[in-house]
Design a protein around this ligand. Structure first.
Ligand code: PBG
Length: 335
């Protein structure tokens, strides 16, 4: 009888020994929970394409935030659905904007909870694009160019007003060129030198944002986002995007979506020493929810495996709609 020289199974034979040699762990400290805030009163409406995720009016927000804090989740990411939209997204940067109001409330209730503000215009513009648009007609269709440098000014105003309201971290997701530099400069000039920028550095033009656009009512009214978000076919370009953001003063680099872009998370991890953020986006959430509802997959096991995959690929922080569930599961013990 010849024996295998190497036996991998020796280190797999019990839960205790598997635990001892485990290379990657997920903890609640890794999570950011997104929240959608809206106008009106007594609103807690489930988003139909994202079961378990709700729109909250400000008077119902505290119950949600309390739960997040009690679960030990360190941060929330705020998205706002405004009362009014216009061509330049004014509701994104007024002092009484929905995100600004929600930020002030959350910081007054829970000063230690980190509020991350998504800095973009698409939820606030009537055309649904992430910046200012020059529209024209071609062959009877409305078309538009998203104007880069003109948009930067509005994005800076948005970021500064979010910091003024008490946001701890500014997360610009608009994909205009130079947005990190412009926002860094704007924050510094306004006295917010200490507020970090979590840049959506590598954001792909992805179909995985579908459910979010229903949730945030931010689908573009014409055209698409391919002139500013990245082509899913490109990975080297992701390094150029990230490098520019590092030079412009970003404090954290994000890859979005996560699941189909694990190679990009790994590339960024290997090339840069900044914290890497993975955004486990709406479509990734909804696919799991739909299959779990059918009884086709084990939701808890699938989610743990996905989140582990993101960390193993190199993410330090994970933005996920599963944060509350995953925090609960972690509390209940390993599975
Ligand atoms: C705003 C923004 C989007 C998402 C986060 N910030 C939508 C988009 O770019 O269309 C998507 C998040 C998700 O799908 O969970 N620009």
């Amino acid at each position: 009888m010849t024996f295998p020289i190497v036996r991998h199974r020796r280190l797999r034979q019990s839960a205790a020994i598997r635990g001892m040699v485990r290379e990657t762990v997920i903890t609640v400290d890794d999570f950011v929970q997104p929240i959608f805030v809206t106008y009106g009163s007594n609103v807690k409406n489930e988003i139909s394409s994202m079961p378990g995720v709700f729109h909250f009016s400000l008077d119902r927000l505290q119950e949600e935030v309390k739960e997040i804090v009690e679960l030990g989740i360190p941060a929330v990411l705020l998205f706002g659905i405004p009362e009014q939209k216009d061509s330049v997204g004014t509701s994104a940067f007024v002092e009484t904007g929905i995100v600004q109001e929600a930020t002030r409330l959350i910081k007054s209730w829970y000063p230690d909870l980190l509020v991350v503000a998504d800095t973009c215009l698409c939820e606030f513009t009537d055309h649904g694009h992430c910046g200012m648009v020059h529209t024209f007609e071609r062959d009877g269709h409305v078309c538009g160019d998203v104007l880069n440098d003109e948009s930067l000014e509005l994005l800076v105003k948005t970021a500064v007003s979010q910091a003024q309201a008490g946001a701890d971290i500014i997360a610009p997701s608009n994909m205009m060129d130079g947005f990190v530099q412009a926002i860094r400069h704007g924050l510094d000039e306004a006295g917010y030198t200490h507020v970090p920028i979590m840049s959506y550095s590598v954001k792909y033009a992805s179909a995985f944002y579908g459910p979010f656009r229903e949730a945030a009512d931010s689908a573009p009214q014409f055209g698409d986002r391919k002139t500013y978000q990245m082509d899913p076919a490109n990975a080297r370009e992701a390094l150029r995007e990230a490098e520019t953001d590092v030079l412009e003063g970003a404090d954290m680099l994000m890859v979005k979506p996560a699941l189909a872009y694990m190679d990009v998370i790994r590339m960024l991890r290997d090339q840069f020493d900044l914290p890497i953020v993975a955004y486990n986006v709406s479509g990734e959430y909804s696919m799991v929810k739909a299959a779990a509802k059918q009884g086709w997959i084990n939701e808890r096991a699938i989610v743990s495996e996905m989140l582990l995959g993101m960390k193993r690929a190199g993410a330090d922080i994970i933005i996920t709609y599963f944060a509350k569930d995953a925090a609960r599961w972690l509390r209940e013990g390993r599975n």
